[in-house]
Design a binder for this molecule. Structure first.
Ligand SMILES: C[S@@+](CC[C@H](N)C(=O)[O-])C[C@H]1O[C@@H](n2cnc3c(N)ncnc32)[C@H](O)[C@@H]1O
Length: 495
């Protein structure tokens, strides 16, 4: 495949240093340190001869035990899901109030966002600030599937026979004038605005707003305090990602994270060296600092996106080369838009197509579905369960709202995320653990639970697919991850 990105050849040495697989010792040290920051007892990450890294039990687990709660390195809510759920842009907790969640969704639907797929940030900038109850004060697909748990079902009309709420009712829900019965039993954190002044990212607390700003958002914000080179270019990049593949948004976060970390490390380094060194090192990339900043990404298993993506059913195998070239060109277009928005001379190698392709490939091969259950669903289930007379009284107010929502009352927060420790877990069609959100897991962290007793020393495996599917279908789905499964179940069922 021909080269289309000049940075690939200009920075070939730096790129190969960035993409060099970490040594077993580096892996061990990195994950030992990471484990100390997670709810994770008795696990170790080890190089597994056949499949790269794997996660092993370091003590015995019982069925149902929590094996791991992993924080994401990067994650994003799916674009269209942003209409349904207002969540913290950093930890993905639902925010605002039950009324705001519902009112905002109707408001955006009225603007035609979901009906004509006409998604863009402008739509969100039209939300009147006083309708949003914004508290800016100091107050507090190819992804592996995550089970959301069984949230039950609530009687509601189907999407087809939704009865729209009057405009005034929508406004009252948004500005707090209409308080739904018993909604106070489902309190949500107040909405905190973005530190950069954009009206696209919202948070559950100042802590999350600051963490997001420091790690990613200061470069990717379109507000007046953004550190991006060109906000217009940033908007174009986001629009392109929303229209093509929102995994590009995650790749932008990974690059932004590395640049910001590099700048911090460089500032510390310069301070340590003393002022006289500044003239010599300014604008020169310090490779050891770049490698340090890149380390969290370097640890993920990765291949180039256009090489590892499985050939879709509707593409003839004779057209495979053309298909892969198309994917590569799509990534290049996205990368050029990102480069115009957040380019950094010292980190130029990060804007090579080779690096961009590997970051996207890493997400394709490792990401887990991001799922957070909706408090709006909980609220309507609660009303449904009230004693008859209380329920009847409450439903005089809630029934029109539920009728307007239709089946949409239960939409949960959905997205995709890369979890450093969970992503080291290999697949089995007879897994001993699974990603499963319990009642108390109300944010974007990944929760891994033991499906059966796991003995010390045993590998912890999850299933990347529905393991109850027939053998051939399982293998076809696993082709997306670049391997044929040879677990005991597949060896028994295979030809
Ligand atoms: C999510 S990562 C798992 C961790 C990975 N082994 C590593 O080194 O980081 C997924 C990749 O691991 C490998 N893998 C996972 N389970 C496997 C299995 N049962 N058989 C063969 N390869 C597997 C495949 O290369 C797959 O694309």
């Amino acid at each position: 495949m021909k080269t289309i990105c000049p940075i690939d050849s200009q920075f070939a040495d730096v790129i190969s240093a960035l993409l060099k697989p970490p040594s077993p010792l580096e892996v061990q040290e990195y994950f030992d340190q990471l484990k100390s920051t997670r709810q994770c007892r008795g696990l170790k990450v080890q190089q597994n001869g056949e499949y790269g890294k794997g996660v092993y039990a370091d003590l015995d687990f019982e069925e149902g035990d929590l094996v791991l709660k992993d924080q994401m390195l990067v994650g994003a809510q799916h674009s269209l899901n942003k209409i349904d759920c207002l969540v913290c842009s950093f930890c993905f907790r639902f925010i605002g109030s039950i009324e705001l969640q519902i009112g905002r969704k109707f408001y955006l639907q009225d603007l035609g966002v979901s009906t004509n797929n006409d998604w863009d940030k402008q739509t969100f900038q039209h939300i009147p600030e006083d309708c949003c109850q914004i508290d800016s004060s100091d107050s507090e697909d190819n992804s592996m599937a995550e089970d959301g748990g069984n949230m039950g079902e609530c009687a509601s009309s189907s999407s087809k026979d939704k009865i729209p709420l009057p405009k005034e009712a929508v406004e009252s829900l948004m500005n707090g004038a209409l308080v739904l019965p018993n909604s106070k039993q489902f309190p949500l954190p107040a909405v905190t605005s973005c530190l950069g002044g954009c009206r696209e990212a919202y948070y559950c607390s100042k802590l999350c707003a600051e963490a997001d700003w420091d790690l990613f958002h200061s470069l990717l914000c379109t507000g007046e305090r953004s550190k991006s080179l060109c906000k217009e270019a940033l908007s174009k990049f986001t629009q392109h990602a929303n229209e093509t593949n929102d995994i590009f948004l995650l790749a932008a976060k990974a690059i932004s994270f590395t640049i910001l970390k590099y700048r911090k490390l460089k500032a510390i380094h310069l301070e340590e060296q003393g002022k006289y060194a500044i003239a010599n090192v300014l604008d020169n990339c310090d490779l050891s600092l770049l490698l340090e900043a890149w380390k969290p990404v370097s640890m993920g298993y990765k291949r180039r996106w256009w090489d590892c993506i499985a050939l879709p059913d509707d593409v003839d195998c004779h057209d495979e080369a053309a298909f892969r070239m198309q994917i590569k060109e799509l990534a290049f277009t996205s990368l050029q838009l990102l480069k115009a928005a957040i380019f950094d001379k010292e980190c130029e190698s990060l804007f090579s197509l080779e690096i961009y392709g590997h970051i996207i490939g890493m997400f394709e091969l490792n990401n887990l579905d991001l799922v957070v259950a909706s408090p709006v669903e909980d609220y309507f289930l609660y009303i449904d369960d009230l004693p008859y007379s209380e329920k009847k009284e409450a439903e005089e107010v809630t029934r029109p709202v539920l009728d307007a929502l239709g089946d949409d009352y239960s939409v949960c927060c959905q997205g995709t995320a890369f979890f450093p420790l969970q992503s080291c877990m290999n697949h089995s069609c007879h897994p001993n653990a699974k990603a499963f959100k319990r009642e108390e897991d109300r944010d974007g962290q990944a929760t891994i639970i033991a499906l059966r007793p796991i003995c010390k020393g045993e590998e912890v495996t999850i299933s990347y697919i529905d393991e109850d599917l027939p053998f051939e279908e399982r293998q076809a789905l696993l082709a997306d991850y670049g391997f044929r499964c040879r677990c005991p179940k597949c060896l028994e069922e295979g030809p």
